[in-house]
Design a protein around this ligand. Structure first.
Ligand SMILES: [Zn+2]
Length: 318
């Protein structure tokens, strides 16, 4: 009976490897988010501005880590259980403390599909009721479209919404001695998008309200008109530093150049055309070239689609 012994030996060796190296799934991970400490104990984790990929775990977005006396606050939980573990490891490395709270700023996959990992760890997950409702509506479609990208790296990922739900436009939290505000202005990239505002440091984690370096995407769920209004509302906070949802940490002028001005171009361009019901093809013909924004990554792939989706929503509202 040599075969079972061999099998047992192999099993023992692989268990030993797991024990020594951590789980095999984590052992081959070489993906790393860029890091910037904005002020003492407030960190941005900067993901690539390109597409979701197996290699980047769907972490093609920015995340935040705030150090407090009682543990770390993680802003957004990643697109999968494995992505959540990467973010957790980064947060603990930066603060020397466990993650105690997760805040979701939005309903796109990489903002929240890592929640299940943190729920299993007893971490409190905080979100606005409007954000959680959009997450629930989109969960199935998001998991289905991540599967061919993340493959087995999506295994174990569950769509879990927050256990601490916030209502209203403005919530002041004190987490481990830090003043942290959650503001909901209007539906933006997704319905229920919020920002995290640190009033003492004047730092804004803008979530998908702000894209820098790359063109924002107007999706079927996006509302360009109210997104523009939300942008003006966040600008009125007077942030000193902005961690955008995508792209480099910036100031308000840069956020306005890359996001606010583009939204204004779309809304001011599309609104009269929708009023005249010129049709989507005509709207794209008139607004499809916006070379002043061609410097932004993804312009070629996204701009014309953005015009057409903004037009269709505004025309439907006539
Ligand atoms: Zn995003």
């Amino acid at each position: 009976m040599t075969f079972p012994i061999h099998a047992l030996t192999r099993r023992f060796v692989s268990l030993l490897l797991v024990f020594c190296l951590g789980s095999p799934a984590l052992a081959d991970q070489d993906f790393k988010l860029a890091h910037e400490e904005i002020t003492h104990g407030v960190h941005a984790l900067i993901g690539p501005t390109g597409a979701r990929s197996y290699e980047n775990h769907g972490l093609n977005a920015n995340f935040g880590v705030i150090d407090t006396t009682d543990g770390a606050v993680l802003i957004d939980s990643g697109a999968s259980q494995q992505g959540a573990r990467l973010l957790e490891a980064e947060a603990s490395r930066l603060t020397g403390k466990p993650v105690r709270w997760v805040i979701n700023t939005g309903a796109q996959d990489h903002r929240w599909l890592g929640n299940g990992h943190f729920r299993d760890r007893g971490v409190q997950i905080i979100a606005h009721t409007l954000t959680a409702a959009t997450q629930q509506r989109n969960a199935r479609a998001q998991l289905d479209s991540l599967r061919p990208v993340l493959k087995e790296r999506l295994d174990g990922t569950e769509a879990v919404t927050a256990d601490r739900l916030l209502e209203g436009a403005h919530t002041r939290l004190t987490l481990g001695g830090r003043q942290i505000e959650i503001r909901y202005f209007a539906d933006a990239h997704f319905p229920g998008d919020v920002v995290v505002w640190l009033p003492e440091e004047r730092i804004l984690f803008a979530g998908d309200h702000v894209y820098v370096d790359r063109l924002l995407g107007i999706l079927p769920q996006s509302n360009a008109e109210t997104w523009l209004a939300a942008f003006e509302a966040l600008a009125a906070l007077g942030p000193q530093r902005i961690v955008p949802g995508h792209g480099s940490v910036s100031d308000l002028a840069r956020a306005r150049a890359d996001t606010g001005d583009y939204l204004a171009f779309i809304v001011n361009g599309v609104r009269p055309l929708a009023g005249d019901m010129v049709g989507v093809d005509e709207a794209v013909a008139q607004l499809g070239d916006a070379t002043q924004f061609a410097r932004l990554a993804n312009y070629g792939e996204l701009h014309r689609g953005n015009v057409s989706r903004a037009y269709l929503r505004l025309e439907a509202a006539q």
